[in-house]
Design a protein around this ligand. Structure first.
Ligand SMILES: [Mg+2]
Length: 262
């Protein structure tokens, strides 16, 4: 039997931009060796799970299985899978990949769209934004992969997927239905990949990563290696506050050993 599940955020937990966070790869390797079911859960919708796995390996050296990676693009596809509407994408290739993998048709113009899926893209243009807005005016559902206002990079905070969603919302007066953390589609998607045993979430953002645990008995670990510093006030106290994932890993492994002795 697995000692448990760890739902792990990436940016600010495993790496910071293209820099590894010291000890994160070792922690993931040790937990994997001990039988922990590790799921990498990211609100970044720009890359496919295979590309995310490559990035984790390139930056940290840890080999994550693409099947263990869940992105907000996949959460959006999961949300739309029952109805499979024709989707216009205002966002990165990761969204197109996720929709296609779920057999959801992707269309190239507003006229054909039954839903608009918005996420982060660094190639945003006015005409692309206008097409998305037109589709929503024509009655298409407005779906957001995530509502993160910013996107952390080594050169500082860039506008996040939420900033692009806000542009469509402002133009149309329509509120987007969000899919990623901390919203129910991502929670339901993650739940499908859990094995019996305790569930821990490790993340650097209380309002998205840790709030995913709302309404569940999942335990939360706030790590201070990303956007949150020790001085910040959080609404719901995490079960664990740790400087980094390495510390969370040691805590979970020691806890497992203690339970084995009981
Ligand atoms: Mg993060």
């Amino acid at each position: 039997m697995s000692p448990g599940n760890l739902i792990c955020d990436l940016d600010g937990v495993v790496y910071l931009g293209s820099r590894p966070i010291p000890g994160s790869a070792r922690a993931l390797t040790d937990l994997t060796a001990a039988g922990w079911n590790i799921l990498m859960c990211t609100n970044n919708s720009t890359r496919s799970p295979t590309e995310v796995a490559e990035r984790i390996h390139d930056v940290t050296g840890y080999r994550a299985r693409p099947e263990s990676i869940l992105t907000s693009a996949q959460a959006a596809a999961f949300m739309l899978a029952p109805t499979k509407p024709r989707c216009f994408v205002l966002g990165g290739e990761g969204i197109v990949d996720a929709l296609t993998a779920a057999d959801i048709p992707v269309v190239g113009s507003a006229g054909d769209a039954e839903a608009v899926v918005v996420g982060l893209t660094t190639d945003l243009t006015y005409s692309w934004l206008r097409e998305a807005v037109t589709a929503v005016f024509n009655g298409a559902r407005l779906i957001a992969t995530n509502l993160d206002s910013t996107y952390p990079t080594e050169t500082g905070l860039w506008p996040g997927g939420g900033a692009i969603v806000a542009a469509v919302e402002t133009a149309t007066g329509v509120k987007a239905e969000p899919a990623g953390k901390p919203w129910p589609p991502m929670r339901e998607l993650v739940a499908k990949y859990l094995v019996p045993g305790p569930v821990w979430i490790a993340g650097d953002r209380p309002d998205t990563d840790l709030a995913l645990a709302e309404g569940t008995d999942w335990k939360t670990a706030l790590v201070l290696s990303g956007v949150t510093s020790a001085s910040v006030k959080v609404e719901t106290a995490p079960d664990l506050v740790a400087p980094d994932l390495a510390t969370v890993g040691r805590f979970l492994l020691e806890r497992g050993n203690e339970e084995e002795r009981l």
